[in-house]
Design a protein around this ligand. Structure first.
Ligand code: GDP
Length: 296
């Protein structure tokens, strides 16, 4: 379960704090030392942890918090608010174009869950009454095209694909023509992934971006890779410019470091999380609910 370790550690810390009744500055400092350790153990980026603890400490020690009747409660509330802020504050939705179709380009490394997420997102859109079109633009792996076609059949969502060897610009161009003629109002492009970020991949993604001018470029990253996921997000954002992140495999991530660091490090909000292999297992990301989950 996500945040398992972190939730246990923080709940323990706050139990101790509550037991104190009236708090001194030293009590708060001790609690913040434990919060810091807990966040680092959850694999949260160290700079993020440092700033977070400083902010909470400043708020907790200032503003006469220690003079209130329930100082521990107030400190917990501050931690809750700052955790929420760290993850972006409010829910970040995807932008729906005023003139359809809305074009969503999914990018990411191989194995992150891009193709699965394309299917999941298509299903979520369909459930909202939209008419999605999935586009297979992973031209290097015929298996990836097939995988998307199988998903499309399963979900009863059309998939646009072209023969192996067709260049991505032609594929996306033709896909847009089909979307326009079939009145698809959402186009989800599944791009090629690589094992590592390289120049060739970025050039290809940039050419798709330039050509189709997507409304949303979403990076799909694997939460279980922790700070690597954050580094990948930083790189893609610098090279391509991201509108948001889909954080997959959160169901298998007991630490939660990426979920807590991505927004703070890259400025890109997490828009969706993958919570399992099933196609229904895609959820909008709510920072406040995540924070409450950590604090129990
Ligand atoms: P791609 O190479 O980025 O297109 O990755 P795939 O979509 O093929 O996914 C790689 C593997 O991750 C597959 O076995 C998926 O079932 C699995 N996967 C994707 N998203 C999730 C998720 O949110 N949770 C879990 N547990 N598995 C996922």
């Amino acid at each position: 379960m996500i945040f398992e370790g972190l939730a246990d550690r923080l709940q323990e810390t706050f139990k101790k704090l509550r037991g104190h009744g009236k708090l001194t500055e030293a009590d708060v400092n001790e609690a913040m030392r434990e919060v810091r350790m807990a966040l680092l153990e959850a694999d949260v980026n160290f700079k993020v942890v440092k700033e977070f603890v400083a902010k909470v400490k400043e708020r907790a020690i200032g503003q006469d918090v220690l003079e209130t009747l329930t100082p521990a409660q107030v400190v917990i509330k501050i931690v809750n608010e700052e955790l929420t802020a760290l993850m972006g504050g409010t829910q970040s939705r995807i932008m729906i174009a005023s003139k359809p179709p809305t074009v969503i380009m999914l990018v990411g490394l191989q194995g992150a869950g891009k193709t699965t997420s394309a299917g999941k997102l298509g299903l979520a859109m369909k459930k909202q009454g939209k008419r999605p079109l999935l586009v297979a633009a992973d031209i290097y792996r015929p298996a990836a095209i097939k995988q998307l076609q199988v998903l499309g059949e399963q979900l009863n969502i059309p998939v646009f694909a072209m023969p192996e060897g067709t260049d991505v610009v032609t594929i996306t161009e033709k896909a847009m023509e089909q979307a326009n003629s079939h009145i698809n109002d959402i186009v989800i492009i599944d791009t090629a992934g690589r094992l590592h970020i390289n120049e060739e991949l970025m050039q290809e993604l940039k050419s798709i971006k330039q050509h189709v001018k997507p409304h949303e470029i979403l990076l799909v990253v694997d939460a279980m890779t922790g700070q690597d996921a954050v580094n990948v997000a930083e790189s893609f954002n610098a090279d391509l410019g991201l509108d948001g992140v889909i954080l997959t495999k959160l169901d298998g991530d007991a630490r939660g470091g990426a979920a807590l660091s991505v927004k703070a490090v890259t400025g890109c909000p997490i828009k969706f999380v993958g919570m399992g292999e099933k196609l229904e297992a895609l959820e909008p990301f709510y920072p406040d609910r995540m924070a409450s989950r950590i604090l129990g």
